[in-house]
Design a protein around this ligand. Structure first.
Ligand code: MG
Length: 260
């Protein structure tokens, strides 16, 4: 038995040695070049300087100011884009939804962006669920980041403040009371479409609500619909940002955007 085992081992060794020898003779051994610190340093082009706002939430130097409290010059009516935005400026440098007047939309169109929005639900608490302090930010005029008075106001989880309406619930409820202001800091990646119009990649969104992460690079599953599953019915490019009139006197201030 020992002799048989030894024989098998010798046969295996004989079969192995030539293959190994042949392999090593064809592939010369190359010693890797020793790395130096500068070999992983990239200097050009120099990174562009942007001056940040004095206070967190203030617009940085390269932002496009969409609303600074003075006028609605960057906005038009959603019902008729040839007409001025029908919402009103109120005393403290904010704008307020005029219920029934319709939404408003930016004059400019955007794709990938960083968007800062401040909003406050009506001070007088009326209604419940979706009827309280409802508005919304529509990225590319299609995908709604919900605005709602979600302070002590239960509704379906994928319809409360910080949700991608009827798509993604927020991670947490970070809503402040109606007498306070809220911030949304939004990082938005637009959907991509192939040359033939088919969807290549879905939109994505990250949202901080009052500095709290509520959407973490969430996939947006398509156009926001009140009824039915969301989808991407057709290819599109850059488009306006719109704010919703849902019949509540929601207020907005300090809106700015950076194209990415
Ligand atoms: Mg809404």
């Amino acid at each position: 038995m020992k002799r048989l085992t030894l024989t098998i081992c010798l046969v295996m060794l004989c079969c192995t040695i030539p293959i190994t020898a042949q392999h090593s003779s064809n592939v010369p051994e190359v010693s890797p070049m020793p790395m130096k610190p500068e070999m992983t340093e990239i200097w050009e082009p120099e990174v562009e300087v942007v001056t940040p706002g004095k206070v967190l939430g203030d617009a940085p130097s390269d932002a496009i100011i969409l609303f600074d409290g003075n006028d609605l010059a960057q906005w038009v009516s959603k019902k008729d884009s040839t007409k001025a935005a029908p919402w009103k400026i109120v005393g403290d440098g904010s704008m307020e939804v005029v219920p029934g007047s319709g939404g408003i939309q930016t004059k400019m169109k955007f794709g990938d962006c960083q968007l800062h929005v401040e909003f406050s639900a009506p001070d007088i608490v009326e209604g419940q669920s979706q009827g309280r302090g409802n508005s919304g930010v529509f990225l590319q005029d299609r995908y709604e980041l919900q605005i709602l008075d979600s302070y002590n106001n239960r509704t379906y989880r994928n319809g409360q403040a910080g949700s991608i309406y009827k798509d993604h619930a927020p991670l947490v409820n970070a809503m402040r009371s109606p007498t306070e202001w809220n911030t949304y800091d939004i990082i938005y990646t637009a959907p991509r479409f192939k040359a033939d119009g088919r969807l290549d990649s879905k939109a994505r969104i990250t949202v901080l609500h009052n500095g709290v992460l509520v959407q973490n690079n969430s996939v947006i599953n398509g156009n926001t619909y009140y009824v039915g599953l969301h989808n991407y019915p057709s290819a599109h490019g850059d488009d306006v940002i719109s704010l919703q009139d849902h019949g509540n006197k929601t207020q907005f201030r300090n809106l700015w955007i950076r194209k990415l």
